[in-house]
Design a protein around this ligand. Structure first.
Ligand code: CP
Ligand code: NVA
Length: 309
């Protein structure tokens, strides 16, 4: 049994194994319809319980399909429907019950501490489906998408992030260390990655490149990633924060400073950080990116259940 909580804590070779498995499984599904089960039904009889404390469209649907396609099933809970969410039951007791009824637990929460506590008390694998400091399933799937589209190992590509130093970027930074790719970040000075994140990169003998000028950040990029400036439950002055990012909007002009072949990716949902013509244009692969979450999460589930071939 393995947890999937933060990319930085997972060995690089395991992350690569997950991507290789996802690639094989995706190609084998070409003729299968949505709910048809993969050959061998490797997670037959297994129940994944998903719990959401924040909104989600893609993560909940992609995990639902992922476990179904592996032969298992899923149950989706909102924490406010449980005693836990009303303050009427402890994490320890909730975790005990989840471990009794289910085989795996996927949690989207507004508290990193809660993920840690569930990890402590569950005796089944826990998957982080987004926390304030991490969105690991998204980013591993994004590495898969980049390699699928560019047909090259990500280590040979220049990756750029334009946007806030949020959970998605934290996982992308962890991925840049694990997969050894060059990562340039474009954001206002006030929204640069935290010291702790930068220190971790340094400790691992790697480097990230931070620019407070969007044009410099995208220069020579093969891939530009972005995300909403305001994250779910972001407790900031929203108007002020959005204003700080006014020179970081991804439009055709900004894209023209990157390589000609540069692609655009975004985890979704989107805000005003990207123009419609880029988001819906030829360089954008956001729909393929969203779909790939199903494929990669299947291999993440197999990894957690100790069934990765
Ligand atoms: N990208 C992503 O995690 O989307 P949801 O918030 O809709 O799950
Ligand atoms: N950074 C965003 C990602 C949403 C998928 C958030 O936390 O809201």
């Amino acid at each position: 049994m393995k947890h999937f909580i933060n990319l930085k804590d997972i060995p690089a070779k395991d992350l690569r194994k997950i991507i290789i498995d996802a690639k094989k499984r995706k190609s084998l599904r070409k003729k299968l319809s949505t709910l048809e089960v993969d050959k061998g039904a490797p997670l037959k009889g297994k129940l994944l319980i998903q719990m959401f404390e924040k909104s989600s469209l893609r993560t909940r649907l992609s995990f639902h399909l992922a476990i179904k396609q592996l032969g298992g099933g899923t149950l989706t809970l909102r924490s406010n429907e449980l005693h836990l969410g009303q303050g009427g039951e402890s994490i320890a007791d909730t975790a005990k019950i989840l471990s009794t009824y289910g085989d795996g637990f996927m949690l989207r929460t507004d508290s990193d501490k809660k993920v840690e506590n569930f990890e402590k008390y569950l005796s089944i694998p826990v998957i982080n489906g987004l926390s304030p400091s991490s969105h690991p399933t998204q980013v591993l799937s994004d590495v898969f998408t980049v390699e699928e589209i560019m047909k090259k190992p990500i280590s040979n590509l220049n990756i750029c992030w334009i946007g806030d130093s949020n959970n998605v970027l934290a996982s992308l930074i962890a991925a840049s260390v694990k997969f050894s790719f060059k990562l340039s970040i474009g954001c206002p000075k006030k929204f640069e990655p935290r010291k702790g994140v930068r220190a971790w990169v340094k400790k691992n003998n790697k480097k990230i490149y931070i620019y407070n000028d969007a044009k410099k950040a995208v220069s020579n990029a093969d891939v530009i990633f972005s995300d909403k400036v305001i994250s779910l439950n972001d407790k900031v002055n929203k108007k002020k924060k959005i204003k700080s990012f006014k020179n970081f909007k991804i439009d055709k002009k900004l894209m023209s400073y990157a390589k000609k072949s540069c692609i655009f990716l975004h985890c979704l949902p989107r805000g005003d950080e990207v123009s419609d013509d880029v988001f819906l244009g030829k360089k954008s692969h956001v729909w393929q990116q969203a779909l790939n979450r199903v494929h990669v999460q299947k291999s993440i589930l197999l990894y957690c259940f100790g069934k990765l071939r």
